[in-house]
Write a protein that binds this ligand. Structure first.
Ligand code: ZN
Length: 140
Protein backbone atom coordinates (compact mmCIF):
# COMPACT_ATOMS: atom_id res chain seq x y z
CA UNK A 1 0.00 0.00 0.00
CA UNK A 2 1.64 3.20 -1.14
CA UNK A 3 1.09 6.55 -2.84
CA UNK A 4 2.72 6.41 -6.29
CA UNK A 5 2.50 10.02 -7.47
CA UNK A 6 0.27 13.02 -7.95
CA UNK A 7 -2.06 11.70 -10.64
CA UNK A 8 -3.61 15.03 -11.46
CA UNK A 9 -4.62 18.42 -10.16
CA UNK A 10 -8.18 19.31 -11.08
CA UNK A 11 -9.36 22.80 -11.86
CA UNK A 12 -13.03 23.77 -12.12
CA UNK A 13 -13.24 26.14 -15.05
CA UNK A 14 -16.00 28.64 -15.74
CA UNK A 15 -14.50 29.34 -19.16
CA UNK A 16 -12.91 26.07 -20.33
CA UNK A 17 -12.12 27.24 -23.85
CA UNK A 18 -10.13 30.21 -22.52
CA UNK A 19 -8.29 28.01 -20.02
CA UNK A 20 -7.60 25.48 -22.75
CA UNK A 21 -6.14 28.23 -24.91
CA UNK A 22 -3.72 29.09 -22.07
CA UNK A 23 -2.73 25.50 -21.29
CA UNK A 24 -2.40 24.30 -24.85
CA UNK A 25 -1.42 27.20 -27.06
CA UNK A 26 0.39 29.52 -24.66
CA UNK A 27 1.98 27.17 -22.11
CA UNK A 28 2.34 24.40 -24.68
CA UNK A 29 0.94 21.52 -22.64
CA UNK A 30 -0.06 18.42 -24.57
CA UNK A 31 -3.85 17.95 -24.63
CA UNK A 32 -4.43 14.26 -24.07
CA UNK A 33 -8.20 14.09 -24.48
CA UNK A 34 -11.65 14.79 -23.09
CA UNK A 35 -13.93 12.31 -21.41
CA UNK A 36 -17.48 12.76 -20.11
CA UNK A 37 -18.16 11.23 -16.68
CA UNK A 38 -21.96 11.11 -16.69
CA UNK A 39 -22.35 10.11 -13.05
CA UNK A 40 -20.37 13.15 -11.94
CA UNK A 41 -22.10 15.43 -14.47
CA UNK A 42 -18.79 16.63 -15.82
CA UNK A 43 -16.55 16.55 -18.88
CA UNK A 44 -12.88 16.18 -18.02
CA UNK A 45 -10.15 17.62 -20.25
CA UNK A 46 -6.66 16.28 -19.55
CA UNK A 47 -3.33 18.02 -20.17
CA UNK A 48 -0.04 16.18 -19.64
CA UNK A 49 2.42 17.65 -17.17
CA UNK A 50 5.32 15.19 -16.98
CA UNK A 51 4.17 12.12 -15.04
CA UNK A 52 1.06 13.94 -13.89
CA UNK A 53 -1.67 15.98 -15.51
CA UNK A 54 -3.99 18.89 -15.06
CA UNK A 55 -7.66 17.96 -15.30
CA UNK A 56 -9.92 20.78 -16.40
CA UNK A 57 -13.47 20.13 -15.21
CA UNK A 58 -16.36 21.39 -17.27
CA UNK A 59 -19.80 20.86 -15.70
CA UNK A 60 -22.50 19.33 -17.92
CA UNK A 61 -25.15 21.29 -16.03
CA UNK A 62 -25.53 23.90 -13.29
CA UNK A 63 -26.95 21.39 -10.83
CA UNK A 64 -24.06 18.91 -11.19
CA UNK A 65 -21.54 18.76 -8.34
CA UNK A 66 -19.01 20.88 -10.25
CA UNK A 67 -21.76 23.26 -11.42
CA UNK A 68 -22.72 23.85 -7.79
CA UNK A 69 -19.07 24.22 -6.82
CA UNK A 70 -18.62 26.97 -9.43
CA UNK A 71 -21.73 28.78 -8.27
CA UNK A 72 -20.66 28.64 -4.64
CA UNK A 73 -16.89 29.10 -4.81
CA UNK A 74 -16.12 30.27 -8.32
CA UNK A 75 -13.52 28.85 -10.68
CA UNK A 76 -10.34 27.47 -9.20
CA UNK A 77 -8.64 24.47 -7.64
CA UNK A 78 -11.16 21.65 -7.25
CA UNK A 79 -9.17 18.64 -6.06
CA UNK A 80 -5.79 16.95 -5.90
CA UNK A 81 -5.62 13.31 -7.00
CA UNK A 82 -3.08 10.84 -5.65
CA UNK A 83 -2.52 7.59 -7.49
CA UNK A 84 -2.20 4.71 -5.06
CA UNK A 85 -1.48 1.03 -4.95
CA UNK A 86 -4.14 -0.92 -3.05
CA UNK A 87 -7.01 1.57 -2.98
CA UNK A 88 -9.17 -0.83 -0.96
CA UNK A 89 -6.46 -0.95 1.71
CA UNK A 90 -6.48 2.85 1.93
CA UNK A 91 -10.30 2.98 2.10
CA UNK A 92 -10.20 0.54 5.01
CA UNK A 93 -7.49 2.52 6.79
CA UNK A 94 -9.27 5.87 6.28
CA UNK A 95 -12.56 4.48 7.59
CA UNK A 96 -10.81 3.07 10.65
CA UNK A 97 -9.26 6.48 11.28
CA UNK A 98 -12.71 8.12 11.12
CA UNK A 99 -11.89 10.16 8.01
CA UNK A 100 -14.97 11.34 6.08
CA UNK A 101 -15.21 9.96 2.54
CA UNK A 102 -17.65 11.20 -0.10
CA UNK A 103 -18.80 7.67 -0.94
CA UNK A 104 -18.78 4.37 0.84
CA UNK A 105 -16.94 2.48 -1.88
CA UNK A 106 -14.66 3.47 -4.78
CA UNK A 107 -16.42 4.43 -8.04
CA UNK A 108 -15.30 4.20 -11.65
CA UNK A 109 -13.92 7.56 -12.81
CA UNK A 110 -12.28 8.92 -15.95
CA UNK A 111 -9.34 7.11 -17.56
CA UNK A 112 -10.41 3.73 -16.25
CA UNK A 113 -9.51 4.56 -12.69
CA UNK A 114 -11.27 3.50 -9.52
CA UNK A 115 -11.60 6.60 -7.38
CA UNK A 116 -12.76 7.76 -3.97
CA UNK A 117 -12.78 11.25 -2.46
CA UNK A 118 -11.73 12.37 1.01
CA UNK A 119 -13.98 15.18 2.27
CA UNK A 120 -12.22 18.57 2.50
CA UNK A 121 -13.21 18.92 6.15
CA UNK A 122 -11.03 15.89 6.88
CA UNK A 123 -8.20 17.12 4.65
CA UNK A 124 -7.26 20.68 5.50
CA UNK A 125 -9.89 22.22 3.26
CA UNK A 126 -8.78 20.47 0.07
CA UNK A 127 -10.80 17.77 -1.67
CA UNK A 128 -8.48 14.80 -2.17
CA UNK A 129 -9.10 12.02 -4.67
CA UNK A 130 -7.39 8.67 -4.31
CA UNK A 131 -7.28 6.69 -7.53
CA UNK A 132 -6.06 3.33 -8.73
CA UNK A 133 -5.69 2.15 -12.30
CA UNK A 134 -8.11 -0.60 -13.29
CA UNK A 135 -6.12 -3.21 -15.16
CA UNK A 136 -7.98 -5.00 -17.92
CA UNK A 137 -9.67 -7.47 -18.02
CA UNK A 138 -10.96 -6.38 -14.60
CA UNK A 139 -14.32 -4.64 -15.06
CA UNK A 140 -16.68 -2.82 -12.71
ZN1 ZN B 1 -9.90 13.83 -10.53
Amino acid sequence: MRIKKISHIAVAGDNPSETRELYENILGLNFSGSEPVEREGVTTHFFDVGESSIELLEPLSDDSAVGKFLKKRGAGLHHIALEVENLDGYVEKLKQAGITLLSDEPQLGAHNMRIIFIHPKSAGGVLIELCERVEPPYSV
